[in-house]
Design a protein. Structure first.
Length: 344
């Protein structure tokens, strides 16, 4: 117990030395001499004021440098914007541009979000940007794939978007990932099957008009999102779900099993099962024969990607089995706030 008071005393002496209240005696070596608080503390304040002035000079110099760099960056970006098409290379550049365009968005943001279920990282990354859009009064419309119903977390995230006042719908398949900001700028992947490889930023009025019209057409045929956990299968007058119509269309265009699964955001196993069922219903022994019979019966008259008008609790998904939520992840890949262009 004796050591404790000694440590306290030493600590107090060290603090007095730091403050300049005591110093070694000039007359008696080994002893200390008390210094007037006026003298000691004035010297301490002088040292602190000097350090503060030095810091203020550093801040002022940094502010000048930041302003210079900002001007250079703005000038470079202005030069880039004279081009109607800008190539974005790598995830970092894509995400930076999406962040800039989102923060500058003033009226509307619309997006195609293919890929099936949305990863937890992408969902969390998108929330701050989405809340920022809501706070600024920007209207947001997003179209997902029907296959997100196989992943409850993705459905919950879509419901959160709706609670914020956004509109969310689903379709059987989408042509590519796409985000349009204020109808003035659009980002699309260079490779629809791997949006992390790079993207293109379009600003031309003609291109934007065409992309905006494409979104409108798909939106009008999409079904509102529902939070129902048990999806019922909705069919048209030919007994086909939106996924089945999409598979027939994609097979007719020459897509492989892997390509069909990727487009619909489901597992290859699920895509093959639906294809086999369709061939059985058509009495076809090959895909080519199935395509001919489907065309003869008028099964291929729908517009690609059409989801049909569904009731509020119909997903249009033909496969509600929980196993597909895990299987679909093989092709979903990581989102825009994510490794995809956007996952809101």
């Amino acid at each position: 117990m004796v050591g404790r008071p000694i440590e306290v005393v030493r600590g107090a002496l060290d603090e007095c030395v730091r403050l300049g209240l005591i110093r070694p005696s000039w007359e008696t070596p080994g002893r200390v001499h008390a210094v007037s608080p006026d003298v000691a503390l004035q010297a301490l304040l002088a040292r602190q004021e000097s350090a503060l002035l030095a810091r203020q000079r550093q801040i002022a110099e940094t502010r000048v440098e930041v302003a210079r760099l900002s001007e250079e960056f703005a000038a470079n970006r202005s030069r880039r914007r004279h081009n109607e098409v800008e190539q974005l290379e790598g995830l970092d550049q894509i995400r930076d541009r999406i962040g800039e365009l989102t923060l500058g968005c003033e009226r509307s943001l619309v997006a195609f979000a293919p890929g099936g279920h949305q990863t937890s990282d992408n969902r969390e990354a998108s929330r701050p940007l989405t809340e920022s859009l809501r706070d600024r009064g920007v209207t947001m419309r997003t179209i997902y794939l029907d296959s997100i119903y196989n992943d409850p977390a993705s459905v919950e995230h879509a419901g959160w978007l709706v609670e914020l006042g956004n509109d969310v719908r689903t379709v059987a398949w989408l042509p590519a990932r796409m985000i349009i900001f204020d109808g003035e700028a659009a980002i699309l992947p260079m490779d629809p099957d791997n949006s992390g490889d790079g993207a293109l930023l379009f600003r031309g009025r003609g291109v934007l008009a065409g992309l905006s019209e494409l979104f409108r057409l798909v939106w009008e045929r999409a079904a509102p999102i529902t939070s129902a956990r048990q999806q019922r299968t909705s069919t048209d007058d030919k007994g086909l779900t939106s996924q089945e119509k999409a598979i027939l269309r994609l097979l007719g265009e020459g897509f492989t099993d892997e390509g069909v699964a990727r487009k619909l955001g489901v597992s290859v196993r699920t895509g093959r099962r639906i294809t086999a069922d369709l061939m059985g219903r058509l009495g076809a022994k090959s895909r080519f024969q199935a395509g001919l019979r489907a065309a003869r019966l008028g099964w291929l008259d729908e517009v690609p990607g059409a989801g049909g008008k569904l009731d509020a609790d119909h997903s249009g998904s033909s496969d509600p089995t929980p196993a597909d939520a895990a299987d679909a992840s093989d092709d979903a890949g990581p989102a825009v706030a994510g490794r995809r262009l956007a996952d809101r």
